[in-house]
Design a binder for this molecule. Structure first.
Ligand code: DQA
Length: 163
């Protein structure tokens, strides 16, 4: 609290009327930076989140960035995001991209636009990565730009929401 009793607001905080974007990363993405850097790069997830917060500050929106290794967390976060006041979702579901009908159904049941995000280009990799079971229920996909995929996806989603 400030000396006069009003709650302190950090520089990145925005007013309640400004759009909030939920950024979700799935299994093993907490290990970015050290996990297969020749594929995923050396940027950590914390650094990606900091870069998204910078874009959000410049565009007067807010981002809430979360990571889980558990499918159910991702399903619950997607399911609640509309009621929680989010305007859209960026989702890197990691390997659940290729397997999770539960995440597919959560996206399908959400009123929010969801953008599928990948650091690598899954379609240029092993055959099991060529199928995305979530692509058909997402509004768009950004893949193959390394850590820039997240930033590019956020900027494009914000343009879409503003138009
Ligand atoms: C990934 C691609 C997936 O195939 C893989 O399982 C991941 C990361 C990406 O960001 O490139 O964990 O989603």
């Amino acid at each position: 609290m400030s000396p006069r009793g009003a709650p302190r607001r950090s520089a990145s905080e925005t007013s309640p009327s400004q759009p909030k974007i939920l950024v979700l990363s799935g299994p093993n993405l907490d290990r970015l930076g050290t996990r297969e850097p020749h594929i995923y790069g050396k940027t950590t997830l914390a650094e990606i989140h900091a870069s998204l917060a910078e874009v959000a500050r410049a565009q007067r929106v807010s981002v809430d960035c979360r990571q889980s290794n558990h499918e159910g967390d991702l399903v619950s976060w997607i399911g609640k995001a509309g009621d929680d006041g989010f305007a859209g979702i960026l989702l890197n579901a990691g390997a659940y991209t290729h397997t999770s009908y539960a995440i597919h159904d959560a996206i399908k049941g959400s009123p929010l636009p969801v953008v599928e995000v990948h650091l690598s280009n899954p379609e240029a990799r092993e055959a099991f990565r060529h199928v995305s079971v979530i692509a058909a229920v997402c509004v768009a996909k950004v893949a193959g730009f390394g850590s820039d995929s997240y930033r590019t996806a956020l900027e494009a989603l914000l343009r879409r929401l503003a138009s």
